[in-house]
Design a protein around this ligand. Structure first.
Ligand code: SAH
Length: 361
């Protein structure tokens, strides 16, 4: 058993059950034992694989998207290029290489990476070590630490890792799902009924008995802060993740370990925990801050409109047959309905009055 499990047992014994969001936050981000804090979880030998690790084409297309938006912004002399949760830094390295083909853009970029994990910060530094000394990224724990100014922001599979609270509608009213102890084992239990409806989208408040609703307060707060930034200073954000285009009921919290589903409560800190992203909630929060929101559109459609198939063909022309086969497989995984093409979605947040961003027409 991990020592995070022991830590959580002590905490529950002292303070009572945790909310699902508290449990998820500790499991992923506990400073010592959190899942992300001391490992590189990506790739075949790890727990899961993400789009930038599947193919360089993914990051390249995002780099082109950023360059197009920079032009739309009127080619500002300085722009904060921010990535939330950059993983191995692969996406950013591919994006910067592609963006370098657009004159003036590279020189305007001030690079900011928001990353909680020391191990992954190190990995990101390695991926970006070819950048000139004065082009190197600055790291932050939190988006609020990124200095003011025009913004281009990327977040791939970041919001799905932010903690969710879960509420269940029962005959006695709404109850919150909590993590308690039964002997040494973690168990879900329900809180006593709330007197009022918990904070959730109006459409979900009338869900049928038994329904579970997930809400993600940190995500809404962050989308609001991003919306505020682009409203005040100009710019745009591209958020790609898996989830629902509209508010939806249902429990989606899941654990993944070694490329397989895993029990959410079995080994806290040793499996990745994620839940579907509610894109409508992000769009609304950004809108409240005055920003425009576009999409979400399915990832497959977004990448296709941005020219992924043409890029795949161009790469295949100078590839060995084996490499060409890999490129075809990657294209299918990123675009295909059985792959990431439909479940994954892209949402753009942009300054008020901005033109429809590339890929969202
Ligand atoms: N974008 C990358 C990695 C996705 S995994 C890719 O597509 O491959 C999630 C990333 O977010 C990891 O880098 C993780 O360490 C980071 N992360 C998770 N929760 C975080 C938080 N609350 N604050 C900052 N970074 C976080």
């Amino acid at each position: 058993m991990s020592s995070l499990a022991d830590h959580l047992r002590r905490r529950i014994n002292a303070e009572g059950p945790l909310t699902v969001a508290q449990y998820m936050h500790q499991a992923l981000c506990h400073p010592e034992h959190g899942y992300y804090m001391n490992r590189d979880p990506f790739g075949a030998a790890g727990d899961f694989i993400t789009a930038p690790e599947i193919s360089q084409m993914f990051g390249e297309i995002i780099g082109i998207w950023c360059a197009a938006l920079w032009r739309e912004m009127g080619t500002p002399e300085r722009v904060n290029l921010v990535e939330l949760g950059p993983g191995r830094g692969t996406l950013m390295a591919d994006a910067l290489r592609a963006a370098a083909t657009v004159p003036g853009f590279a020189a305007a970029i001030e690079l900011h990476l928001v990353e909680t994990s020391p191990v992954l910060r190190c990995r990101q530094r390695m991926s970006l070590n070819t950048l000139a000394a004065d082009r190197r990224p600055l790291w932050h724990d939190d988006f609020s630490r990124v200095p003011a100014g025009p913004l281009l922001l990327i977040a791939n599979e970041f919001f799905d890792a932010l903690p969710v609270r879960q509420f269940q509608r029962t005959a006695a009213g709404w109850r919150e799902r909590l993590v308690a102890l039964e002997g040494e084992d973690f168990r879900f239990v329900l809180s006593s009924p709330w007197e009022e409806t918990p904070p959730m989208p109006r459409q979900l408040a009338s869900s049928p008995l038994g329904a579970v609703v997930e809400v993600r307060p940190d995500a809404a707060e962050l989308a609001f802060a991003i919306g505020r930034r682009v409203t005040d200073y100009g710019g745009a954000a591209l958020i790609i993740d898996y989830g629902h285009g509209e508010h939806a009921v249902g429990e989606t919290l899941q654990a993944v370990k070694g490329h397989r589903y895993h029990d959410v409560l079995a080994t806290p800190g040793e499996a990745d925990l994620t839940a579907h992203v509610d894109f409508r909630a992000l769009a609304k929060a950004a809108g409240k801050a005055g920003a425009g929101a576009f999409g979400p559109v399915p990832q497959g459609e977004f990448l296709e409109r941005m020219g992924l198939s043409a890029r795949a063909e161009a790469l295949s022309l100078r590839a060995t047959p084996e490499q060409a086969n890999d490129i075809a497989q990657a294209r299918k995984r990123l675009l295909g309905e059985e792959g990431m093409g439909r479940l994954f979605k892209a949402l753009a947040i942009a300054s008020p009055g901005a033109a429809v961003p590339a890929g969202f027409e």
